[in-house]
Design a protein. Structure first.
Lengths: 239, 291
């Protein structure tokens, strides 16, 4: 179990014996900005060597970002947030010639642009072991997150024409570690809370496994990330 | 062919002192092309504020866009000047001339302005707004003339050069570079695809040096030319032609389906995301209601 170990480590870094503070007020919720690498695993469904995604949109790994808002529904031994998130991803490349004609070769890259655009949305629940943050001044919070995902996508083809639209459903699970930034500058933290209501500010890293293929439907492509576990990070504000 | 240009003449007369009238004039459209030199219709409007001199009978005082010439308004008027509009003013009045327009021909330009439309250098026409008492300009101290200029661009850009053409899907991608020389700079370009000498499609004018001509047929070879335009819209001679053939292109989706991809689009299986959203909304509502 990693969480108790991290907690013990964090406690060990606290100088002296810190007495438990008075019971903190209940949390209202949180807001997050999250960045991660992403490359859809669309070509994985082909077993004949075809790579339409890589051929037209390339093999480079893109970036996705998400913003999310969550309501705290439990705040006793740790906290549970339930919320929604929305993000953005776009990969752009070039179409290929369909035939050999007029001095061009079938399969050769054309100047026509093509793109895949994705707005990933999700509803999620997050459990954070942040019980010790206010009580014992522990700056590290392990957490886990479970989400239902819905990737809304559309494909742009030659001349900017929308070729297809759709949505692909799935799920994801993530594990993360958040570092309490207030710990480094308490006066700034108090000022932020007084001015904006932000109670805590965290930087976090998270690894996510997502399965976005309409729950294994044989009529769906696979919008999951190529990497089984995606590493990302961001910043979170607790209210 | 009659072409029209928009010319907005505005005259503002802020009262720096109680008894003074000051004036300014500006044009929102300051350049017309050489075709319009010989046949232009130019809308304008004038705003004014009048001071309060004691020596005038304001019943006879008007603002007039009085003169058109090639220098500022301090020189001698041409005998055959424009009198574009006039309106009585009263002491302390402010207002706007209703939108009006002036039309002039090549002969007007020659006779009234002293220019010819066959020149190659850009020409400037100055319009002057004067405060007139009957047929006499009021020159009393405290009354300044307003003026503004319109440039008649008579120069043409040099012929551009097409560097390459690439096939697109029912389209052609054309790349070029501006020419050198000419009597005006190349500000914009347009490429035109022709079939049997007839223009079939063109890309909109652009300041870039490439464009995509769409609306073509795959498998057909077109002749393409590029024309440069000056800031006033004067076209250059057409570039030397180059030919290109439109070819079908597989974009990502087309190639995915051609390769046997199973995704068909639409809203996905199960609608789990939407159901989950509803579930969370309901949960949050319950939490909010909890005392």
């Amino acid at each position: 179990m990693i969480a108790p170990a991290l907690l013990a480590l964090a406690l060990a870094e606290v100088p002296g014996n810190v007495p438990p503070s008075s019971e903190p007020p209940p949390r209202a919720g949180s807001f997050e900005i999250f960045f991660a690498g992403y490359s859809p695993n669309i070509d994985s469904e082909f077993h004949n060597g075809a790579t339409p995604y890589a051929t037209t949109l390339g093999t480079g790994r893109g970036f996705t970002f998400h913003v999310s808002g969550a309501k705290t529904v439990y705040d006793k031994w740790g906290s549970v947030d339930v919320g929604v998130s929305v993000g953005w991803f776009r990969d752009t490349g070039h179409g290929v010639y369909a035939i050999t004609s007029g001095g061009v070769t079938a399969g050769g890259a054309s100047p026509e642009t093509s793109s895949l655009n994705v707005i990933p949305t999700a509803v999620f629940g997050t459990y954070r072991f942040d019980w010790a943050v206010d009580r014992y001044n522990v700056p590290v919070v392990p957490y886990t997150r479970l989400a239902l995902e819905r990737y809304n996508w559309w494909v742009i083809g030659s001349g900017g024409k929308t070729m297809q639209t759709g949505a692909t459903n799935g799920w994801s699970v993530g594990f993360g570690l958040a570092l309490l930034l207030d710990w480094f500058d308490r006066s700034l933290s108090r000022e932020l809370q007084r001015d904006t209501g932000v109670r805590h500010t965290y930087a976090f890293v998270e690894t996510v496994h997502a399965s976005v293929n309409d729950f294994g439907s044989n009529k769906s492509w696979d919008m999951s990330d190529k990497q089984p576990w995606t590493l990302g990070g961001g910043i979170r504000f607790d209210f | 062919m009659l072409r029209r240009a928009a010319l907005l003449v505005s005259l503002a007369l802020p009262c720096a002192a109680a008894a003074q009238t000051t004036a300014s004039m500006s044009f929102s459209t300051s350049t017309i092309d050489k075709d319009q030199c010989g046949n232009a219709s130019v809308p304008f409007a004038v705003n004014f504020t009048v001071g309060t001199p004691a020596s005038f009978d304001f019943s006879t005082v008007t603002f007039q866009v009085r003169e058109a010439k090639t220098s500022d308004c301090s020189g001698t008027e041409n005998s055959d000047y424009f009198v574009l509009t006039g309106t009585p003013v009263t002491s302390g009045a402010t207002g706007t001339y209703p939108p009006a327009s002036v039309s002039f021909t090549a002969n007007d330009v020659t006779n009234k302005v002293g220019l010819t439309c066959n020149e190659t250098a850009d020409q400037t026409i100055t319009f002057c707004v004067k405060l007139m008492n009957g047929g006499t300009e009021i020159t009393t101290s405290g009354y300044t003339q307003a003026s503004g200029t319109v440039t008649v661009q008579l120069g043409v850009p040099p012929k551009p050069t097409i560097t390459s053409i690439q096939a697109g899907d029912k389209a052609l991608f054309v790349y070029w570079q501006a020419g050198t020389g000419g009597t005006a700079s190349s500000e914009k370009f347009s490429a035109t695809a022709k079939l049997n000498g007839n223009a079939v499609s063109a890309c909109p004018r652009t300041s870039a040096t490439n464009c995509r001509i769409d609306g073509l047929q795959n498998g057909v070879t077109y002749t393409v030319t590029v024309t440069a335009y000056s800031s006033g819209g004067n076209p250059s001679p057409e570039s030397d032609p180059m030919s290109g053939t439109a070819v079908p292109v597989d974009d990502f989706w087309s190639l995915y389906k051609k390769d046997g991809g199973r995704e068909a689009g639409g809203c996905g299986a199960g609608g789990a995301g939407a159901l989950a959203l509803l579930g969370v909304a309901a949960a949050l509502r319950r939490v909010r209601r909890r005392p």
